[in-house]
Design a protein around this ligand. Sequence first.
Ligand SMILES: Nc1nc2c(ncn2[C@@H]2O[C@H](COP(=O)(O)OP(=O)(O)OP(=O)(O)O)[C@@H](O)[C@H]2O)c(=O)[nH]1
Length: 319
Amino acid sequence: MISRAIPVTVITGYLGSGKTTLLNRILTFEHGKKVAVIVNEFGDVGIDGQLVMNADEEILEMNNGCICCTVRGDLIRIISNLLERQEKFDHLVIETTGLADPAPVIQSFFVDEAMHSKTELDAVVTVVDVKHIWNHWDSSEAQEQIAFADVIVLNKMDLVSSEQADVLEKRIRAANAIAKIHRTQNCELEIGAILGVKAFDLKNALSIDPEFLGEDAHEHDETVTSISIVETGSVSSDKLTTWLNQLVQAQGQNIFRMKGILNVDDEDRRFVLQGVHMLLDGRPGKPWKPNENRRNEMVFIGRDLPEAVLKEGFQSCLV
Ligand SMILES: Nc1nc2c(ncn2[C@@H]2O[C@H](COP(=O)(O)OP(=O)(O)OP(=O)(O)O)[C@@H](O)[C@H]2O)c(=O)[nH]1
């Protein structure tokens, strides 16, 4: 019997560009496919798993590290386990951290024997925040993510004019001549543009980086770090709003990304906080279960983050 190869979509994109938003679209769209998901986060508190909407899907989290540094170990192990239950799903989606270099992830699908025979890389989809990408244009991760993409989603079109997007698209074209480019708000695009596109072309990957299938040597910007806060207790919405507004005014340049699941004013539902530089967004999330131990979890990712100041600031918001 010839077992079918499972198509794999790798979603990359810089911090806060809209990867989880895209993943949620994939999971809630009625495409008739059963999708298994691997979510990888940079911080050691797993928030994305809680933000992913469809609880019926198989969602596996890899926290505390960057997927591109742990592929040989964790990723291959997780996928091998999944492949033992291959009949349970039709498509695998991997959301990498915003700081992942996609090359080692892609590479593992070719270098590892079992992965190579049982999976088929469908496409590398890179989500780009059309407003904030300029702040990170020089980062090697952001460049590699764009260079390796088969599909590029220019997201957050509501934040720029179409002329500004034209300028960006030209720059992106210079770095990646063949990717399909889509412009979106909230990653709203046809699912056929993302799943089952059969776009991945190894020849293209090799032309970007001839060492691609060789040993993995890749570098990260060591000045970008993450700070996690986990505290029980109730957060005052007034104090939180004041603190966050002051914080992004003072540190918005350096705080690339902020995410939180918080117990605000002892409400019935979680409060989901999202931040990308100076932009903040907060809304109710999943309800707390009765008697659940309500943990506040926050993750900051950025450059030169003042850990003690962030922790004290958060403490001051507790009731
Ligand atoms: N204005 C605007 N905001 C958006 C759009 N798409 C997503 N967002 C918001 O941007 C923030 C980040 O979105 P996510 O989907 O969590 O981004 P991500 O790439 O998964 O973030 P990381 O996993 O931290 O790298 C959230 O507050 C989203 O609601 C858009 O088209 N326009």
